[in-house]
Design a protein around this ligand. Structure first.
Ligand code: GAL
Length: 653
């Protein structure tokens, strides 16, 4: 695993660069990301470029043996460009332009902006593409950050109409797909279709889903334009984009397919503060973060591209969450090694030194603003030593496949049907339940090859692809289908055969009624193994007649006798959303049926196997004995048989 840091030479006097580069190399870093916000310094006047300072920065860093990750600067179009071409600005649903003065103030559909980006990226890549120090390119920075995927500009409207024409061919096909006969929404031509914002009450859900698909495609196209230029002029260098946590507004699988390494920006404490986790847990994990949040994204982004890594790792308090505590000593090391245990190719801290000015001056770095080490500095050095001790690790396939896709998430977001319900959250809850049983998990799109998995979990994907149905049909894995799976067609309608649509022929069940329930409501179901608790969502099922070909067996019933858990051979359908304890218990049961060995871990201890190595991480505030989880004579590479808070152990198994 490579270690790196994000650095902004333009923020510091040039006399400091050489010392910074030396220290980076000295603590064991091998790469440094630079350049992603420096457009105004690269091109101070239209067509007049100033590369000399950047040449010197690159040479100074490369001179210490650091590999350069160059960011294209397209997340920050300079003021003079905006003043000259206001059509670059994205617009909100009411047609108000987003203003200059922060970042990401551009519309993905602006032809002017696309042209400008091709120009600046070409200039930059032609200049540095073959520099021996350049190892990787990052396109833009965090597509979609600050809610910037959708734009309601005239350019977006024109492009959306073309996109619709391409998808539907004839306007009547669109009218059918969207059900526009409802509320007199019928269109006579594609030129009549507007963007679905600022309507009196909710806009047509099929319209909204298509707008989300379109907006996502605009991001992928924007990214691909940069990728094509980089591939042409910078042969042999990897291309990445830095994705975010808990962010789903564009299809990361699509963008991931065009790049070489999917990276993401991991801020465990900021994310915990923003998350819907109950307050008592937020207090307990205040300085550690949620024990599954980082791993979930590691496993999600591993499924998005050929390789993956962490481009920005939190080093201390950040500036952007409602509250910004400091990590417990040791956590910066733990988070970094946890990425390694999930197969990361790169971990890079954000940022080298805390900057004393502008929006992020309260965001910690590895160094304080005065250049003295911040607490994370020594932890980064320690990680470099740990990585050297651990040596090469090859990530293998996990035993459990959890299926997630972005289209499914958009479908839930467009019409949640119950407040707070969303597919990402359901997928995370399922992940957490499985991982608390000590299982290693791959999070995969519907198109992934599922043939070698022992347990496959569908956490509620509404739109199911035929290919997934075929794979499940031929699979001998235990397959768990959670409610809302297969509940919509691709055009956001109820499937003619009723939910779970294409999954009906496998599961045998037909969903004839659904209910969403406020959080205080708990339904129970009785099972031979104990009581099960169901929250948020309940379905009413019709089962096939007893003489039908597909034999089903009811494993558990709701208190009123209606089926909750229906089994058809290796396929299990659950007609309600299990609460966390029930999800944990059921995950263990399904794992056993799949021939796996669940290892219940409690609130804050987590394990991860990679090749012949097993890692343990303690996100809790108490020391955790590893007894019962270790082989007879464990060969420890890191840590030992008891794990202090923020402790990491790794042993050969
Ligand atoms: C990320 C972003 C960085 C920086 C960082 C602060 O979202 O990519 O540029 O703003 O957050 O935590």
């Amino acid at each position: 695993m490579r270690l790196g840091v994000c650095y902004y030479p333009e923020h510091w006097p040039e006399e400091m660069w050489a010392g910074d580069a030396r220290q980076m190399a000295e603590i064991g870093l091998s790469c440094v990301r630079i350049g992603e916000f420096a457009w105004a310094r690269f091109e101070p006047e239209p067509g007049r470029f100033e590369w000399a300072w950047f040449d010197r920065a690159i040479d100074t860093l490369h001179g210490e043996g650091l590999g350069l990750i160059l960011g294209t600067p397209t997340a920050t179009p300079p003021k003079r460009l905006i003043d000259r071409h206001p059509d670059i600005l994205a617009q909100d649903a009411h047609g108000r332009p987003r203003r200059f003065g922060s970042r990401r103030h551009y519309c993905f559909s602006s032809e002017t902006y696309r042209r400008e980006c091709r120009r600046i990226v070409s200039e930059m890549v032609k200049r540095y593409g073959e520099h021996p120090g350049v190892v990787m390119w990052q396109t833009d920075n965090e597509y979609g950050c600050h809610d910037t995927v959708e734009s309601y500009s005239p350019a977006a409207k024109a492009a959306f109409r073309l996109w619709l024409k391409d998808r539907y061919g004839e306007i009547d096909a669109l009218n059918d797909a969207w059900g526009t006969t409802f509320w007199s929404q019928t269109y006579r031509s594609f030129d009549e279709v507007d963007l679905p914002g600022a309507t009196v009450t909710e806009a047509n859900p099929s319209h909204r889903l298509d707008f989300q698909r379109f907006s996502s495609d605009q991001v992928a196209r924007f990214n691909r334009e940069q990728v094509d230029i980089i591939r042409q002029h910078s042969p042999g260098r990897e291309i990445t984009h830095n994705f975010m946590g808990a962010f789903t507004a564009f299809d990361h699988h699509k963008v991931g397919a065009d790049i070489d390494i999917a990276t993401w920006d991991s801020y465990p404490l900021g994310f915990l503060d923003l998350s819907p986790v109950p307050d008592d847990l937020k207090r307990y994990w205040l300085r550690q973060g949620h024990p599954d949040f980082q791993a979930f994204h590691h496993d999600l982004y591993r499924g998005c591209s050929h390789k993956w890594g962490v481009m920005e790792q939190q080093p201390g308090p950040v500036n952007w969450a409602p509250y910004n505590p400091a990590p417990l000593p040791g956590m910066v090391r733990l988070w970094s090694l946890e990425a390694m245990a999930h197969g990361a190719d790169l971990v890079s801290w954000f940022r080298w030194r805390q900057v004393p000015f502008a929006q992020e001056h309260m965001h910690a770095g590895l160094q304080r603003p005065d250049g003295e080490p911040a607490p994370a500095y020594e932890e980064a050095r320690q990680v470099a030593e740990d990585v050297a001790r651990l040596g090469m690790m090859q990530p293998g396939q996990a035993d459990v496949a959890l299926i997630f896709d972005y289209e499914g998430q958009w479908t839930h977001m467009v019409q949640p049907q119950g407040r707070g319900m969303d597919l990402l959250r359901q997928t995370f809850d399922a992940y957490s339940a499985l991982r608390s049983n000590g299982l290693s998990i791959d999070i995969l799109p519907q198109s992934a090859d599922l043939s070698d998995y022992k347990l496959i979990v569908l956490p509620g994907l509404p739109i199911i692809q035929d290919a997934l149905v075929d794979q499940i049909r031929s699979s001998r894995a235990q397959v768990v289908i959670l409610p809302r799976s297969g509940s919509k067609t691709g055009t956001f309608q109820i499937p003619p055969e009723l939910p779970p649509g294409k999954l009906r022929s496998l599961s045998g069940v037909k969903v004839v009624r659904v209910e969403s329930l406020r959080p205080s409501i708990i339904e129970t179901a009785h099972w031979a193994g104990g009581e099960l608790r169901i929250v948020n969502w309940r379905e009413h099922l019709e089962l096939p007649p007893p003489d039908s070909e597909l034999g089903v067996h009811v494993e558990a019933r709701f208190a009123d006798g209606a089926p909750f858990w229906v089994e058809s051979d290796n396929i299990h359908y659950l007609a309600g959303w299990p609460d966390p304890d029930t999800a944990f218990n059921l995950s263990g049961i399904f794992a056993k049926r799949a021939g796996l060995e669940p290892r219940p871990l409690g609130l804050s201890l987590r394990l991860r196997r990679i090749g012949r190595l097993e890692f343990a991480f303690n996100y809790g505030l108490e020391t955790e004995p590893l007894e019962g989880l270790l082989p007879e004579t464990p060969d420890f590479i890191l840590g030992g048989p008891t794990l202090p808070p923020a402790g990491v152990a790794a042993w050969r198994s």
